[in-house]
Design a protein around this ligand. Structure first.
Ligand SMILES: C[S@@+](CC[C@H](N)C(=O)[O-])C[C@H]1O[C@@H](n2cnc3c(N)ncnc32)[C@H](O)[C@@H]1O
Length: 350
C-alpha cells in the first residue's frame, strides 16, 4: 500500500466493502469459546495496513466481547501486516482517531506484528477471534509475468492464468494452516476478501482497462520501456466460492477448522452512487484513481528499471493517477465489486 497514511485516506471503497462482514465478526465474538478469566482475550487483525479500516470491526468485536466478559477483562488486538507496512500511520491512527478502541476502552490494548501471514506469526492456541479484510487476495509472491494485462483476471494468457491459480490455491491452504494453529480451541476467524462472483467475474473492469491503457500510453510516450510494462503485474486474485471452499472438502472441514459459512456478495459501489447524486464526473474519476494509487501503484512501480531509486519513481504514480482519472471521468460507469465473507471455527477439543 502507498505509505504516508495514503491508504487510510483513499480506502473508502474498502471501508464500505467490509461492512457486511462486520456483523459476522460480531456473531463470531458472541459465540467464540473464551478462556477463563483473567487470561487476556486476543483478537488478531491480519493485513491491517494503516489501521483506519480496522477501527470499526475491532470496536464491534470488542463491544460484543464486553457484553460477555464485562469492562475489566483485558483484550489485546494484534494488528499484523508485512514488515514494510506503514506501521507509524497505524499507531498514530490508534492513538489519535476518535473512533479508536484505545480511546474508548480502558482495558483494550494494541500491538503489531510485521511478518507475512503466509506462516504462523502468533503462538499456538492464542487467538480467540481473527479478522482479515481485503488482504488474502494478495499472493505471497508474483507467480510470473502477465504479458497482456496487469491483473491476471483480464489476461488471455493461459500460462499466466494457470500460474496465478496454482499460487492462489497454495497460498489459501498455507493461510488456513497457519490460522488453524494460532486460533484457540473454539476460536473463530472471519475473512473478507476480493472474490469472483458466481458468473466468474472479477469486477473493476473499466478501472483495469483504464489503468492498462494508460500504461500502454506511457510506453508509446517513451516514459516507460516495454520491458518495464511487461514486468508490471498486480499479484492479487479473486477466488471463487469453489476456490475458497476447496481446502474444506465436502465435509466443510480442514484439519481442526470448520467452514461455518461462506457468502459471495456484491460490494456497494458508493463512488457510482455519489456520481449519480452529483453528476461530478471529475470526482468520480479522481476517487477510483486514488483508490488504485493507494492500493496497487506502489507494486507496479517496483517494475521500473531502477525500482525505488529510479528517477521516474516520484512521477510515475502522479502520471498514472492523472491518466486513469481522466479516462474514467470521460465515461463514468458503475463497477462490480465481487467480495466474499466467511466464518471459520476451530474445534473445541483436539
Ligand atoms: C488493501 S489492504 C487492507 C487493509 C484493511 N484490512 C482494509 O480492510 O482496508 C491489504 C493489506 O494486506 C497486507 N498484506 C498483503 N499480503 C500480506 C501478507 N502476506 N502478510 C501480511 N499482510 C499482507 C498489505 O500489506 C496491505 O496492508
Amino acid at each position: 500500500m502507498e505509505g504516508g497514511g495514503a491508504y487510510n485516506r483513499s480506502s473508502r471503497v474498502q471501508a464500505t466493502g467490509l461492512l457486511p462482514a462486520v456483523a459476522m465478526l460480531e456473531a463470531a465474538a458472541r459465540h467464540a469459546a473464551l478462556e477463563p478469566s483473567p487470561r487476556t482475550i486476543v483478537i488478531a487483525d491480519y493485513g491491517a495496513s494503516q489501521g483506519h479500516n480496522s477501527l470499526l470491526p475491532m470496536s464491534a468485536a470488542i463491544a460484543a466481547l464486553r457484553a460477555r466478559v464485562g469492562v475489566d477483562r483485558a483484550i489485546l488486538v494484534v494488528h499484523t501486516d508485512q514488515p514494510d507496512n506503514d506501521f507509524g500511520a497505524l499507531f498514530r491512527t490508534l492513538s489519535d482517531d476518535p473512533d479508536s478502541y484505545l480511546r474508548n476502552d480502558a482495558a483494550a490494548f494494541a500491538s503489531a506484528v510485521g511478518r507475512s501471514f503466509y506462516g504462523q506469526i502468533l503462538p499456538p492456541d492464542s487467538v480467540t477471534l481473527g479478522w482479515s479484510s481485503w488482504s488474502v487476495q494478495w499472493l505471497s509472491r508474483l507467480p510470473g509475468p502477465i504479458p497482456d494485462q496487469v491483473q491476471v483476471a483480464y489476461s488471455h494468457d493461459p500460462a499466466a492464468r494457470a500460474a496465478y491459480a496454482r499460487q492462489a490455491a497454495e497460498d489459501w491452504h498455507t493461510f488456513l494452516t497457519a490460522r488453524s494453529s494460532e486460533l484457540c480451541p473454539g476460536g473463530r476467524l472471519v475473512v473478507q476478501t476480493m472474490a469472483l462472483d458466481d458468473a466468474g467475474e472479477f469486477g473493476y473492469r473499466p478501472l483495469l482497462a483504464a489503468m492498462y491503457a494508460e500504461l500502454e500510453k506511457m510506453v508509446a510516450d517513451r516514459f516507460l520501456r516495454p520491458e518495464e510494462l511487461g514486468r508490471m503485474a498486480i499479484p492479487t486474485v479473486g477466488r471463487s466460492r469453489a476456490d475458497l471452499a476447496a481446502p474444506f472438502g465436502p465435509a466443510r472441514r480442514f484439519g481442526s477448522l470448520s467452514l461455518e459459512s461462506l457468502d459471495i456478495f456484491g460490494g456497494e459501489d458508493q463512488v457510482w452512487a455519489r456520481f449519480e447524486r452529483t453528476g461530478d464526473a471529475v470526482a468520480f474519476g479522481r476517487e477510483w484513481a486514488a483508490f488504485s494509487r493507494a492500493s496497487v501503484f506502489p507494486t507496479l512501480a517496483t517494475a521500473l528499471d531502477g525500482g525505488r531509486e529510479d528517477p521516474r519513481h516520484p512521477a510515475f504514480p502522479n502520471r498514472l493517477e492523472a491518466g486513469v482519472a481522466a479516462r474514467l471521468a470521460a465515461d463514468p460507469c458503475p463497477m462490480t465489486i465481487p467480495l466474499a465473507k466467511m466464518m471459520l471455527v476451530k474445534d473445541l477439543a483436539p
